[in-house]
Ligand binder design. Structure first.
Ligand code: SF4
Ligand code: SF4
Ligand code: FES
Length: 317
């Protein structure tokens, strides 16, 4: 099969440029093997990371046709378009060192910020070693499958707009240690993760779930952390928590949001926050989006029943 691989080439201080390489490959060849052939047979200056070639080490993440993925886990026949073309670019949200090699310093720093280890005190062995039941092990299985490839971090919209947001990989790890029955730092973790740069910084764009090659479903892990925080009576309420609570309460009460009181209830007694809302309130009033009287929708009771049913299921899971 004749293919053309278009690769974004860039040195640390230079501006990017695209180069195309033609190859004759077996359709079952992986993208990584094709890149290795380019490097070995056509252009030895091409830089990319790789190691295991088997979707284990997480080294070879890059953008394939615009989405971050493992080069060693994608076959040419699945990613080449009808003309046999494939676009390869470095991961996003991290500066390029050379070609497809990015500087992952912020990725590791953010991982470190969630304290990603089962706490030392809890790891002191009782007699011989800590035993876990199959159920206890299953609780950490999914998040524990992360190979720290960076694909989710590369596509994260929240990380793009807020460089302080720790990112989906870090929060998946946070959930992994929180769910571990050997960890005894739950209270400290709740206080740490209950911040805008941690559990509440995600805008739920779903990209991390979409690109994760290991089925970690980082967004699902973030939702689990949020759920724990919302049910922790000792957790300090913040704007994000109030937003969630007020929304659920209003929908249960009337079936839809009361725009006039929603923002006020969410912002609470934060007078600076209230003052900042004034221009928005004026614009909404001018467009008739703040009716003076908020009426419940028809069949509001059905909406309430639905929410309560979901809340019951959540509480049991
Ligand atoms: S769902 Fe949240 S954490 Fe995942 S990529 Fe989107 S903003 Fe980032
Ligand atoms: S959560 Fe998935 S995409 Fe993100 S670093 Fe881990 S393995 Fe990679
Ligand atoms: S080379 Fe190890 S995951 Fe691709």
């Amino acid at each position: 099969m004749e293919i053309t691989i278009r690769i974004r080439r860039q040195a640390e201080s230079g501006s990017p440029d695209y180069k195309s390489y033609g190859l004759d490959v077996d359709p079952g060849t992986t993208v990584l093997d094709a890149l290795m052939r380019i490097k070995g047979e056509i252009d030895g200056t091409l830089a990319f990371r790789k190691n295991c070639r088997n979707a284990i080490c997480g080294s070879c993440a890059m953008r394939i046709n615009g989405r971050s993925a493992l080069a060693c886990a994608n076959r040419i026949r699945d990613v080449a378009d009808a003309r046999g073309e494939i676009l390869i670019q470095p991961m996003g949200n991290m500066p390029v060192i050379k070609d497809l090699v990015v500087d992952m310093t912020s990725f590791w720093k953010h991982l470190d910020q969630v304290d990603p280890y089962v706490s030392t005190a809890a790891r002191r062995p009782p007699e011989k070693e800590f035993l876990q039941t199959p159920e206890q092990r299953a609780a950490v299985e999914q998040a524990g499958n992360c190979i720290l490839c960076g694909a989710c971090y590369s596509e994260c919209n929240s990380r793009e707009v807020n460089p302080n947001f720790v990112g989906p990989h870090a929060l998946a790890k946070a959930q992994r240690v929180m769910a571990d029955n050997r960890d005894d730092r739950t209270a400290q973790r709740h206080a740490l993760y209950n911040q805008p740069e941690f559990a509440w910084g995600c805008t739920r764009c779903f990209y991390c779930n979409e690109v994760c090659p290991m089925g970690v479903q980082p967004l699902d892990q973030i939702q689990k952390i949020r759920h724990e925080l919302l049910t922790d009576k000792a957790a300090q309420p913040n704007t994000a928590m109030r937003h969630r609570r007020v929304m659920v309460r209003q929908i249960k009460e009337s079936g839809w949001l009361d725009e006039a009181s929603f923002a006020l209830q969410v912002v609470g007694r934060d007078f600076k926050g209230l003052w900042n809302l004034v221009p928005l309130g004026v614009r909404m009033a001018a467009k008739g989006k703040m009716p003076l009287r908020h009426r419940p929708i028809e069949n509001c009771a059905q909406v309430r029943d639905l929410i309560e049913e979901i809340q019951k299921e959540d509480a049991q899971s």
